[in-house]
Design a protein around this ligand. Structure first.
Ligand code: ATP
Ligand code: MG
Length: 355
């Protein structure tokens, strides 16, 4: 296994779309790094540049000690698994898994042993003689993983491999992939747009937004200390509330932030003028009208069992509160809003954090 390093990687496609802007990223040897970002943010393009399926416009890709920026895919020794499992329809599962070894003229006995080993790891022993069309979606994705595993590559590049599976299967395979990562000590770049998957799987998460890497850190880092407003909004289900506001000193009242219908006293902020105020839904509460930092109208109530999400309109700005259990809140009513003032995040108008 090897580290994967990306240096100032940019990609401009024919037609002028700039998919990546000067990305710097180091994936350590044996690390499972999740590349997270919304649709169109450039995740697949990063993987394709690492795999050699796409030529970067500028910058370098280094695998281990080797600069492979212009090397053909076959010389990079990385295995890519796609969202839709790419299996040969006319080959059995056994032959599909064996395929990369056949290409390299590995001895038959060794192929048989390695295919069986991979099949056992992935629970595919009983379907080895079936064709892809005779498999379930989950089995097909497992077979594609098997084909990646037998090669013993320097790194695995996984492009949303679970996104087509139903929820229980996704959770099951998520656990299996984590076990596989531990067992193989493999370097893995795992692409997803699902932030729950990112939080539960990544040793570190790299957040991509509009072709720029916004933050690389542990799940706790990106949740607790988002590098900018994009990361803040994207991480968490639902993400952080971000209100447009302004800071103001008011003499007698002290310093406040006004955002929509809310007026929130703050102690530390010395910031005057336009800003963005971030607060996670779990730190927003409801109270009687005129008892909180402002009033809001209840737009939607989502009882989820363990918690209730309440979507509010606070003077034209949307705000979500996460309340425990089944909360007694009615759509169309006006409520008071409380916020935990120790949990506020302040960003400037462009989205950078304010100290
Ligand atoms: N071959 C191409 N030619 C031109 N533009 C492209 C090409 N491939 C991708 N793009 C553009 O580059 C940007 C990044 O695309 P990419 O496929 O990397 O996004 P992604 O994050 O993987 O999205 P998704 O989650 O939808 O798979 C998008 O704006 C896309 O339209
Ligand atoms: Mg993609």
């Amino acid at each position: 296994m090897a580290s994967v390093t990306i240096r100032r990687l940019s990609k401009v496609f024919d037609g002028g779309v700039q998919a990546l802007h000067e990305l710097d990223l180091e994936v350590r040897d044996g690390e499972l790094l999740v590349l997270l970002g919304p649709s169109g943010s450039g995740k697949t393009t990063v993987l394709r540049c690492v795999a050699g399926l796409e030529e970067p416009t500028t910058g370098d890709v280094v695998i281990g000690e080797r600069v492979v920026t212009h090397a053909p895919p076959a010389e990079r020794d990385v295995a890519m698994v796609f969202q839709t499992p790419a299996l040969y329809p006319h080959l059995t599962v056994r032959d599909n898994i064996a395929f990369p070894l056949e290409l390299r003229s590995v001895a038959d006995a060794q192929i048989a042993r390695r295919v069986l080993e991979a099949a056992q790891r992935l629970g595919l022993e009983s379907v080895l003689d079936r064709l892809p069309a005779q498999l379930s979606e989950g089995q097909r994705q497992r077979a594609a993983l098997g084909r990646a595993i037998v090669r013993g590559p320097q790194a695995f590049l996984l492009d949303e491999p679970l996104s087509r599976l139903d929820a229980p299967l996704r959770i099951e395979l998520r656990g299996e992939l984590l076990a596989l990562h531990r067992a193989l000590g493999a370097t893995m770049i795992y692409v997803t747009h699902d932030q729950t998957e990112a939080m539960t799987m990544g040793q570190r998460i790299a957040v991509l937004h509009e072709g720029r890497l916004r933050q690389v850190g542990t799940p706790e880092d990106v949740y607790q200390r988002p590098a900018d407003v994009h990361v803040a909004r994207f991480i968490g289900t639902p993400g952080m509330n971000v209100l447009q506001g302004r800071g103001r000193g008011t003499g007698e009242e002290g310093r406040v932030i006004e955002a929509g219908s809310l007026i929130i006293p703050v102690e530390l902020s010395t910031y005057e003028g336009e800003l963005q105020l971030g607060i996670r839904p779990e730190f927003v509460g409801l109270c009687a009208v005129d008892k909180g930092v402002g009033n809001a109208d209840v737009l939607v109530v989502e009882p989820l069992g363990s918690e209730t999400l309440v979507h509010l309109n606070a003077g034209g700005q949307s705000l979500v509160a996460r309340l425990p259990g089944f909360a007694e809140v009615r759509v169309g009513t006006r409520v008071g809003v409380k916020v935990d003032r120790r949990r506020l995040y302040l960003f400037d108008a462009a989205g950078a954090p304010l100290a």
